[in-house]
Design a protein around this ligand. Sequence first.
Ligand code: NOJ
Ligand code: CA
Length: 716
Amino acid sequence: MKNLSIVFALSTVFASAVLWAEPVTCLSPDGRAVVTFDLTAVGEPTYSFAFRGETVIAPSRLGFDIKALGADAFDGRKAADLRRDFVLTDVKRATADETWKPVWGEEKEIRDHHNELLVALVQKTTGRRMNVRFRVFDEGLGFRYEFPSEEDKGVARLVPGQQIVPQGQTQPLTHFTIVEERTRFNLPCDPLAWWIPADYETQEYRYTNSKVTEIPSLFKGAPDANLSSTLTPVPCVQTALMLKYPSGLLVNLHEAACVDYATMHLKVDGHDFESYLTPDATGAKGWLQTPCRSPWRTVICGAKGADILSSRLTLNLNEPCALADTSWIHPVKYVGVWWTMITGAKNWAYKPDPTMHAANTTNVIRHLDFAAEHGFDEVLVEGWNIGFEDWFGKEKDAVFDFVTPYPDFDLEGLNAYAKKKGVKLMMYHETSASTRNYERCLDAAYGLMKRLGYDSVKAGYVGNILPHGDHHYSQWSNNHYLYCIKEAAKRQIMVNQHEAVRPTGLCRTWPNLIGNESARGTEYESFGGNNPDHTTILPFTRLIGGPMDYTPGIFEADLSKVCSWKKQFISTTLCGQLALYVTMYSPLQMAADLPENYEKRLDAFQFIKDVPCDWDETRYLEAEIGDYLTIVRKAKGKDEWYMGSKCDENGHKAKITCDFLTSGKTYTATIYADAPEARYGGPTADRYVITKREVTRETVLDLVAQPGGGWAVSFK
Ligand code: NOJ
Ligand code: CA
């Protein structure tokens, strides 16, 4: 009887295994994007993707190299592959069309409309199961790997091992490490890429624009200011990566919902790519236990730059909001004592020279008064707590306790004063990249914030990760960042992480993550400069995963006026700085310059005071990566619009039809434009002209941005 049932089972297997004739396709809701799944002759899973009749991803292999752990490892940690010998055992399809409301965002509602294909695979030689879930949107593709638990037989129709593998030879998959994810992105051509080199510690690079095949010869470190940098041993690039195909098609590669997993880089192989995960201190690229899944690998396509910028595919692939009550989460406009330190005029540390210490009570009161007078929500104070005097570059473990102020910082008194003024102090935690020390201190650190009334924290991860040998974007570090976000949410604290992993849309699930740096920000205007086209690239790359705390608003372009020995001008004009409040979307916006630099130019400062950082609607009027972009947004709950345009070193002219305005209504447009002589990087960078005029939706505005400049317009 027993033998008979095995024979019966085997025959069902093979019947079932051929039941699903490959290839299997899945179309987008509009039918114009299509993913195709197939198995090669040796059972290698592959996918390809086409958008509006054009091949975006040519047939590309999927899979992993792994090592099984524990009882699953027959010969200790035996290397194995999940790359070939697969059979397709089930196909499931689904469709979703739903509209959800973000807690904050570029628009008040987001539509998630996609078709889904799940392919269930069993490896013939081991009985191991690996599923691939594809979601096809009109503008692109997301796919992820899913490893069912050994108990869960729900997905695959076949009982693994029992049918496919001779009895006693199945190798279950429960605990395993990833040696490498082997997802290929085979391209049909050699596109232009806007890329930064892959580095396990930093994302603070300038962009290079070259053909993909040229990347290996141009691949080099190290960023100007960040002490910690570990380039990948072979040429790889970071995502989000922006590509332009010879046909003009724009293609963006990134990942969504990177949870309990290492960050992916893309290894360059001719004009193709293969996934290359960030290792941990042991060299492993992931420690998994079934059931588990990878982040989504994403492909966003568009004929125009605006198509890429308007895609919400990354957010849509993240889980819905995990918080029942989000009433305490709010957009934040803030000022701080930050720029004096970044320029070198003042220090974070109280020692050895207390007269150089920026976070002193008098200076903070000055900023609290300024914030209250001009309507800012919060004042960021870095360098208020002991530790900075014996930290930078020293790789000490327990440097900061996050509760002990320097003697000239009246922690209690300043919070009481802020409360009286109707503003809040913003907490700063320099973790010194010791994730271990920070986790140990977290309860006390957040506890102090709650006791004193802080509701947001900027957390920094400067330096090499401690424990030694781990990296900024490993699975372990990524779990740390999310742990802090979740612990903060429990206490109703909003989080802005600097030097942490680049975002992958997790702010949908955890909207208390209101900011990330994770790219080269305004601080580099003082550390060697940013390229004038930098902020025309970031919206297509870093911002695909979520908002950036770019900290714009530098009005005094001549840094020697802030710090006498710094003989340097910033790389934009003043109006270029204003434009960034619209073009660099973030619910968290800083006015980064010194109060006195705003007080000298209160007419231009008015735009920063007026511009909101939460929106009902967004329109991308023009967007050429690396050249210019113009965005207009409608303020949340108000009939007011704000337009920003930022350009590269060549300047930009545009005719903008105001047809976004409500018909039949007249608005007052206040136009903040570069003066004709304004130029980035020199003494005329801060020249601007402000004009006011009445406009309707029929009005056409002729606007000019000078080299490195931009414009900003409010419509009220
Ligand atoms: C780097 C951050 O990007 C910057 O904003 C912060 O002021 C410093 N770290 C402080 O350590
Ligand atoms: Ca930084």
